[in-house]
Design a protein around this ligand. Structure first.
Ligand code: GLA
Ligand code: GLA
Length: 698
């Protein structure tokens, strides 16, 4: 698949375009404004299946032909959707069995989008048919540069419990286990009398009378992710067959629990993401950095593309705050800093009807006078100056493990020591600590590969396989630092507790044994001593027994666990293995991960103001250092560098870098200059330019 890349001049800039929601008179106005704003790439026609095939087998492509030609005449390329996210009403009424069911057995009704069961053979057949017709008609059009399959798989329907899905689930289980005896053993059906004698007796885990078998639940999560992946591949196969040179993507939803994006990314040519950091959350850029780290890592560091973001407000939160002036620009630059070769939005022109009529767009209801258009236009001009960063890669020395099996297992209802240990929150908290230490963080699978990293952090690995345990141990043996979080190494791939208890297959690496979990109830906190300083744990703690060669780094100071180890480390081969047995407060976590990073030879950057993020892309000849001020107030940095700011064209030499609120600079210089490290807080003003304390810090 390596040969199928997105061919565009410069960075991609534009948005979702729905010309069929507008009279054709508006189209020429659209193209004029797109050209004025520097748009070079648009996505269409994502939701237009009923317009393209108004009656079974009768197609109407004239309008799409016209608009694609018009765009191309203006030099605007197209991310062409196969339009399969919205099956037409006629198809649904002809085949009502393709509507999805929820866990209560209620059939979900037509009236929104994604009105399909992922397993439906009828739907799959029609999807393949439309993809083929689209590929044959448009595959050689010079404007078409990327296939956009479906839209945000799983956004509305990620799990389906209908009879068609049930039959598919049974086939999936037969493939996985081969015999019903093996399934009975894997699922531990001897608990609560669930033994099966016939595949036909197995159903998806619909709402039941009590807690559901966790192994059945986990397999249903895996199956459901696979069912959507199969559906995706139906289209990918057709598109690759008809247009072997065009790349294929489907737009992801950042860190999304329902789908294993490692598997999805392997099936596509380009990773694309839809990112909606909440302007009401002053720390949302930190979460964005993790999301983008995942996107960059899904294909081993290859450039990806931010395919959707909001120009300003969205319309699907309870309260939808607009972005402040400059915030959309900064968010775009942050995605690019993290390896996106462009910044696209949803959507081009603000709708006047439908559920998204209050969602912002590049062209707002006020037309070209709208603030979003003004800002979009100046960003378009700036992005042209950033063209040299295209194709360059982000360098990271630390990676965080994201494992969907553990995520799914840890969210099984009704059978865990505590429902408050939230996998995603745990991952975000650990990432935020590394972010605040100044690190750019990649994402990896627990089974590796870990080449090029000095430190691997594992916020949680509830479900651990031998392959993962071996990879982590091998990394430490050869000199790496591994840090593992609480409730890891608990179960195997079939939800069975490892022999001898936690941390199971990680026991030897970490040198600890967990005697019992001690979850912490709602508002309680347990005192700890971490590196001499006071700290606390909430949500989770553990009773640890430690091996002789293990060094306790922090201990519990009160409660039943008083005097027992809370954080440990030990040598493992050339490297080190740390275990953090509790949810320790953010300041303590930052201190522990900072020490582990020191051991790994990483350079923590505590000297940067809290609002400032520094990320480096490099193409081997030049470095591009993105300096981003996520705060709303201005900041001044010392810049002991000799570089050019690509955004302004100005040279910076051993001076200062003034960034307004939400301001940014993209400094470039030859690679051998230690550029990023030259950017620091001026000593005299370090505290004056620090953002006020944020909610998670004490
Ligand atoms: C009840 C049930 C048992 C077991 C326990 C667990 O007592 O009868 O089967 O589920 O609860 O606390
Ligand atoms: C997602 C969808 C778009 C649109 C936006 C609104 O990204 O893909 O079609 O609904 O959300 O934010």
């Amino acid at each position: 698949m390596g040969g199928r890349t997105l061919r565009l001049k410069g960075l991609a800039y534009g948005g979702d375009y729905n010309p069929d929601q507008w009279p054709e008179e508006v189209w020429s106005e659209d193209i004029r404004l797109m050209s004025a704003a520097g748009v070079n790439f648009v996505t269409l026609p994502v939701f237009s299946w009923p317009r393209l095939e108004p009656r079974p087998g009768q197609y109407d492509f004239d309008w799409l032909d016209r608009i694609i030609d018009m765009l191309w005449e203006a030099g605007i390329a197209v991310d062409l959707a196969t339009a399969t996210a919205t099956p037409p009403a006629w198809l649904v009424r002809e085949h009502p069995e393709m509507l999805p069911w929820n866990a209560d057995g209620v059939r979900l009704e037509f009236g929104s989008r994604q009105a399909y069961c992922p397993s439906s053979p009828v739907f799959r057949e029609h999807v393949a048919g439309l993809a083929r017709v689209m590929a044959e008609r448009y595959g050689t059009h010079p404007a078409v540069r990327l296939w956009h399959v479906s839209n945000e798989y799983g956004d509305h329907v990620a799990r389906c419990w209908c009879p068609v899905s049930a039959a598919h689930f049974r086939r999936w289980l037969q493939d996985r286990y081969g015999s019903i005896d093996v399934l009975n053993d894997a699922w531990g059906t001897s608990c609560w009398g669930q033994n099966y004698i016939d595949w036909g007796h197995i159903e998806p885990p619909r709402t039941s009378m009590g807690p559901i078998n966790p192994a059945q639940q986990l397999d249903f999560e895996r199956f459901s992710s696979d069912a959507l992946l199969e559906l995706f591949k139906v289209e990918v196969d057709v598109l690759h067959e008809v247009t072997p040179d065009l790349p294929v993507t489907t737009n992801f939803m950042s860190m999304f629990r329902e789908l294993d994006y490692w598997d999805f990314a392997a099936a596509e040519d380009l990773v694309t993401d839809d990112a909606y950091p909440d302007p009401a959350d002053r720390r949302s850029h930190i979460g964005a950095a993790l999301n983008y780290g995942l996107m960059r890592s899904l294909k081993g560091g290859a450039p990806w593309l931010l395919l959707e973001q909001a120009p300003s407000a969205v319309s699907w939160r309870d309260v939808n705050l607009p972005k402040a002036p400059g915030q959309m620009r900064l968010g775009s630059l942050q995605a690019i800093a993290h390896g996106s070769d462009g910044a696209m939005v949803f959507q081009w022109r603000q709708a006047r009807f439908g559920p998204e009529k209050f969602h912002s767009a590049m062209v707002g209801h006020r037309g070209e006078r709208s603030r979003t258009f003004q800002e979009a236009s100046s960003l378009g001009a700036e992005l042209q100056r950033l063209a040299p960063v295209k194709g360059s890669r982000v360098r990271a020395e630390v990676a965080l493990v994201v494992d969907w099996d553990s995520w799914w297992g840890l969210s099984a209802p009704d059978s865990l020591p505590s429902l408050r240990l939230d996998w995603a929150r745990q991952a975000r908290t650990w990432h935020a600590a590394l972010y605040e230490l100044g690190h750019t963080v990649d994402v990896v699978q627990a089974s590796g590969p870990f080449d090029g990293y000095r430190m691997i952090v594992v916020p949680n690995l509830y479900l651990t396989t031998p392959e993962q345990a071996e990879a982590l141990a091998a990394f430490a043996s050869s000199g790496g630092v591994v840090v593992v979080g609480p409730f890891s190494g608990v179960v195997d791939a079939t939800e069975k507790v490892h022999d001898g208890g936690a941390p199971g297959l990680l026991r030897e690496l970490l040198g600890v044994e967990v005697d019992e979990w001690w979850p912490i109830s709602d508002d309680d906190r347990i005192a700890l001593a971490v590196e001499g300083g006071p700290a606390s744990a909430t949500v989770w703690s553990e009773w640890l027994e430690v091996a002789d060669d293990v060094e306790p780094v922090a201990e519990y100071l009160d409660g039943v666990l008083e005097g027992r180890a809370a954080v440990t480390r030990r040598r493992h081969g050339e490297g080190r293995a740390w275990y953090i047995s509790a949810c320790i407060d953010p300041v303590a976590l930052k201190s522990v991960l900072g020490t582990a990073a020191d051991e790994a030879g990483l350079k923590n950057r505590r000297e940067l103001p809290e609002s400032v993020e520094v990320v480096t892309r490099s193409d081997g000849d030049a470095d591009f250092v993105f300096v981003l001020n996520h705060g709303s107030s201005p900041t001044t940095l010392a810049a002991q560098v000799d570089a050019v700011d690509l955004l302004t064209g100005t040279s910076i030499r051993d001076g200062v870098l003034d960034l307004p609120g939400f301001g940014a600079a993209v400094l470039t210089a030859p690679v051998d200059v230690a550029l990023a490290r030259g950017i620091r807080t001026p000593l005299s003003t370090s505290s004056a330019h620090t953002e006020p304390d944020q909610e998670a810090r004490r």
